[in-house]
Design a protein. Structure first.
Length: 316
């Protein structure tokens, strides 16, 4: 997939491992201008981890870009660990990282689950947030989880059949429970095949047009295990969000500016959630990309995300 409309590849100027509560250790990195405007990248999943391409949404001459792998994800340790892995834990981890790096406040950039975590953090610490750039909005509501587990078969019946048929027929009435049991089994011969089946399903449904590269990246064992195990864990616990949900806390961040970028044909996080969020956020600007699905790297989405970040730079 050509990515010439992103900024060029760049290496971090600093990386580290930060001890967290409960024996977790966070991988973090800083990219771009050490004296620049701080921006925090929040990866999806939960559990997917961040990659080098995520540095490229930001002009490195202007931004001080902070990227980290959430608990149990990517280069953080231990991989796939569920103990002490909740949304409040992740929000606390972001504050730990902010204080460690000596940052007063920052722009939040997150897609999919990253949008969920950005909203949760902003509502908990609005004074630490300059604004938000969100993509493929996921609000963590029960209907959104149900859509992922069962509803996507309306558009991707072939991908859903592979996902469902991995589970024996008697257990298919509760795919989440069946997958979670296998994903948390200590035997790699049990949890790795389940992780690949879950992750490939998400990869197959993430782009408007078929993308073998996307599916292959989702299927890698390290990515698949973190994504599938942690995602199922969060789904089983209502994403560890408050009973009123994220829309119930919008008054706390109504004063903040926001850019929302949404693929019209996003099947993983359908556009309804982006519209619901925009309707509840007076200072939000919603951009609907007419020819895109869920992935941040689809042409129209990535162009719109870069433009959204640039508008925040112009705000100063």
């Amino acid at each position: 997939m050509p990515r010439g409309d992103l900024f060029p590849d760049i290496a971090p100027f600093e990386t580290g491992l930060l001890p967290l509560s409960g024996g977790h250790v966070m991988y973090w990195e800083q990219v771009g201008n050490p004296r620049g405007q701080p921006a925090l990248f929040l990866h999806g999943g939960p559990g997917a981890g961040a990659g080098a391409v995520h540095r490229r949404f930001f002009d490195p001459a202007h931004w001080r870009i902070i990227i980290f792998d959430q608990r149990g994800s990517g280069r953080s340790r231990p991989l796939g660990e569920l103990a002490g892995n909740t949304t409040p834990n992740l929000v606390a981890d972001i504050e730990t990282l902010r204080r460690f790096l000596g940052i007063e406040n920052w722009l939040l950039f997150g897609g999919s689950w990253g949008s969920t975590l950005a909203l949760a953090y902003a509502q908990a610490h609005p004074e630490r947030v300059q604004g938000c750039v969100l993509r493929g909005v996921f609000l963590g509501r029960a209907q959104e989880v149900e859509w992922f587990l069962y509803g996507m078969r309306r558009v991707f019946p072939d991908a859903w059949s592979q996902f469902a048929e991995f589970i024996p027929a008697p257990e298919r009435g509760d795919l989440l429970r069946a997958y979670l049991a296998r994903l948390t089994d200590p035997d790699p011969q049990v949890h790795f095949p389940a992780a690949r089946a879950w992750s490939q399903y998400e990869g197959l449904c993430s782009t408007l047009m078929p993308s073998p590269d996307t599916v292959a990246s989702f299927a890698q064992d390290r990515t698949a295990l973190g994504l599938a195990r942690i995602e199922a864990h969060y789904f089983a616990h209502d994403l560890f969000l408050p009973p009123e949900g994220l829309l119930g806390g919008m008054a706390r961040i109504a004063h903040l500016p926001a850019e929302i970028v949404q693929g019209r044909y996003d099947m993983v996080c359908p556009a309804e959630s982006a519209f619901d969020l925009a309707a509840a956020w007076p200072r939000a600007r919603l951009t609907v990309v007419p020819d895109a699905g869920h992935s941040a790297l689809e042409p129209g989405v990535r162009v719109s995300l870069v433009a959204a970040v640039e508008r925040f730079r112009q705000r100063g």
